[in-house]
Every structure is written in C-alpha cells, then in structure tokens.
Design a protein around this ligand. Structure first.
Ligand code: AMP
Length: 226
C-alpha cells in the first residue's frame, strides 16, 4: 500500500506518519528528515539540496524525482510505504505517478491533514526541541520539567527555526501556492481523504484508521468529521 501524507506545517503529518507506519507495518519515509540527514552526511544529494534548504526554498522537482526513483528501487519498499512530505507539487505528483506506473504500482491513498494557519501557529509556537538530542516537547501538552533544559540529556531547549511565526506563515503561503494544486490533481483522481486535525492525537488517529480501514470499500474523496 502506498500512502501519501499531505499537510501544512503543524498538521501532525510526522506524528501520524509514524503511527500509521507502526500499525500497518509500512516504512515511514519523511523527505524532510532524509534530506536533512543527507545534508548532514554531505552525500551528493545533500550537497545539491543544501543551498535550497538553507534559503528556505523547496528543492527542485528534478532532484526530488531522482531521489524518489532511487528510493522506489530499494527492496525495503516493495510492500509499500508511507510518504510524508513528498510529493509537494503537481510535477512531483505527476512524476511519482509515472515512476509507479512503470512498476505496475499506484498511490492508494492521499491523506490531507487539514489545519488552519492560526491553529498551526498556536500549536507550533508552543513547541521546543533539544539542541543536543532533538527530542521535541510541547510547552502545553507535553511540558519539560524545566522549560529551558532537556529532561532526557540536559541539552538546551530551543524553538526550531521552522517553528518561528514568520517561517510558519511563509510555509503556509508555499503550501497554498504549490501543494493545494497538487491536492486538486489527486482529488480529481478520487484519491484524497481529508482528515480533520482538531482534538487530541488519539482522536485524529482514529479518523486516520477509519479512512484507511474503509479504503477498499470506498470510492471517491471524502471527509471525516471530527
Ligand atoms: P520538511 O521537514 O518536510 O518541512 O522539509 C524540510 C525542507 O526539505 C523543506 O523546506 C524543503 O527545502 C525540503 N523538502 C522536503 N520535502 C521536499 C519536497 N517534496 N520537495 C522539495 N523540497 C522538499
């Protein structure tokens, strides 16, 4: 099964991607995490991607499509995967469809994690992460004992650049400009299920489960209410 997760920052794609991955026994592939790792290790992909990422821009579609082509040829993904953060543009979605079609495969479901900008700012604005071990806390729902010190390793807690309000607003703008049209591409093919991200993680998780469990019996795009 090939599941694509789509959503603006703060929608919880990463959290639910990991949950779907554990529950369905499918590898979770986050393009952002893999790119950051490639940059850190200085691989050829990392060297190419670094300048775009540092400038806060999307990595060009051609680079992303070469990356996913290589990925799809790995034996780890023969049973499917949960794609988180890729595709993000219409050319990426078209390219992915083409690569899958050549392998006799297709995207089974596109889950659109819906959140409005104000709610995302509220959610991400209360997030801090450890500069040493990377663990993430939420000052409201999962607070550290000391708001400045990591309870796990003693590292300094800080707000990630990605979580600053102006960055969140810019990423929403990018989502509207480039990713909304991609959702339309998948919607016209009957692949999109909208997941409301209101409420607790468990409630959102139940909506995801309902959509994925019902996938075979259902046809076109639909919305699962909170
Ligand atoms: P993320 O953690 O998903 O926000 O991704 C971090 C950064 O990686 C983005 O700001 C982009 O520069 C790059 N990136 C991740 N996924 C993609 C993609 N599908 N297309 C282009 N750039 C991407």
């Amino acid at each position: 099964m090939i599941i694509v997760l789509v959503g603006p920052p703060g929608a919880g794609k990463g959290t639910h991607g990991r949950r779907i991955s554990a529950k369905r026994n499918l590898p979770h592939v986050s393009s952002g995490d893999l790119l950051r790792d490639a940059v850190e290790r200085g691989t050829p992909l990392g060297l190419e991607a670094a300048e775009y990422m540092k400038a806060g821009n999307l990595v060009p579609d051609s680079i992303m499509l070469s990356w996913v082509e290589e990925l799809l040829d790995k034996p780890d993904y023969v049973n499917g995967l949960v794609l988180d953060g890729f595709p993000r543009t219409v050319p990426q979605a078209e390219g992915l469809d083409e690569l899958l079609a050549r392998r006799g495969l297709a995207v089974d479901a596109v889950l659109h994690f819906d959140i409005d900008e104000k709610a995302a700012v509220r959610r991400l604005g209360s997030r801090v992460s450890c500069s040493r071990c990377g663990v993430v806390y939420n000052l409201i729902s999962n607070p550290p004992d000391d708001p400045e010190v990591c309870g796990r390793c003693g590292g300094k807690l800080e707000v990630r650049d990605d979580d600053r309000v102006d960055t969140i607003r810019a990423r929403f703008e990018e989502f509207r400009r480039l990713t909304e049209p991609m959702l339309e591409y998948y919607r016209s093919r009957g692949k999109v299920s909208v997941i409301s991200t209101e409420g607790a993680i468990e409630s959102v998780g139940s909506r995801v489960t309902a959509v994925l469990d019902g996938l075979r019996d259902r046809g076109d795009s639909e919305s699962v209410a909170p």
